[in-house]
Design a protein around this ligand. Structure first.
Ligand SMILES: [Zn+2]
Length: 264
């Protein structure tokens, strides 16, 4: 009986990976909901200045933990359901989809492969984030909204891992670089990329969007506070307690942000 069940589960996941993104949406309400939310998240991230013409967000396939959905190479603000592609955990496009993919899809495959607790990853180049990576200043939680930053965001240094030449185009353009970025992230939810941008992760699309938006706000506030004097950061204890409280309420900003990007 158990063997039958294992075979049936294997059969179902094989069936899921054989079906195109459109077929999976038609067959599986969870996949349809995830992809529709991914499209809204793309628009919100642009509206909230977390991405611009560049930047992207992914979601793990709810019916297959070994694949994820991500738009083809296109500006986030114009992404539609038809632009969504499916990838494996090496960043390879599935279903023979030959459309041009984001060159930095390895950010998503690297983090989603190494962090089974995360289901959504965001990458962007928001200007308020950049000075921290440039100067080696730790981005730390200055208020409850960004308490998920914990004891401070790690900084990924591509020069330390790029082979054979430490000089690169700064892009996370390979499986190895995606893995190295994921190692820098460690068990945290936000990583800075020196001279480039950030990556944020969460167990849901909504929480990943929340974290990207508030990490960027934290960067602006922390920068202003540092000009004024000694900054009082949240203690690790405050951060842990505040994170538990605030992340129960993320539906509220999501409602506000999604209303703003609704098409007439
Ligand atoms: Zn980038």
């Amino acid at each position: 009986m158990k063997q039958c069940l294992i075979f049936f589960t294997f059969f179902l996941s094989a069936l899921a990976s054989a079906a195109s993104v459109q077929e999976q949406m038609a067959q599986n309400p969870a996949v349809k909901a995830a992809i529709e939310e991914l499209v809204i998240a793309n628009h919100i991230l642009y509206d909230q200045n977390a991405v611009d013409g560049y930047g992207h967000i992914s979601v793990r396939n709810p019916s297959n933990p070994n694949t994820f959905f991500l738009a083809r190479s296109i500006a986030p603000s114009v992404v539609t359901v038809d632009d969504i592609m499916e990838f494996d955990m090496d960043g390879k496009a599935l279903h023979g989809d030959t459309r041009v993919a984001y060159g930095e899809r390895y950010i998503h495959s690297g983090i989603l492969k190494n962090r089974p607790d995360l289901n959504s990853v965001i990458h962007g180049h928001a200007p308020p984030i950049l000075p921290y990576g440039l100067t080696g200043t730790t981005l730390k939680p200055v208020y409850h909204m960004s308490s998920f930053l914990g004891e401070g965001a790690p900084i990924f240094e591509i020069r330390n891992v790029a082979k054979p030449n430490p000089d690169t185009d700064m892009f996370i353009s390979s499986v190895d670089l995606g893995n190295a970025l994921s190692q820098s992230l460690g068990l945290q939810y936000f990583v800075l990329m020196r001279g480039h941008g950030y990556a944020a992760g969460a167990d849901s699309i909504r929480k990943a969007v929340f974290r990207a938006v508030y990490a960027i706000q934290n960067a602006s506030i922390q920068g202003e506070a540092m000009k004024m004097g000694q900054v009082q950061y949240l203690t690790p204890g405050e951060a842990a307690i505040a994170q538990e409280t605030i992340e129960k309420t993320i539906g509220r900003p999501w409602q506000l942000w999604s209303e703003r990007v609704k098409k007439p």
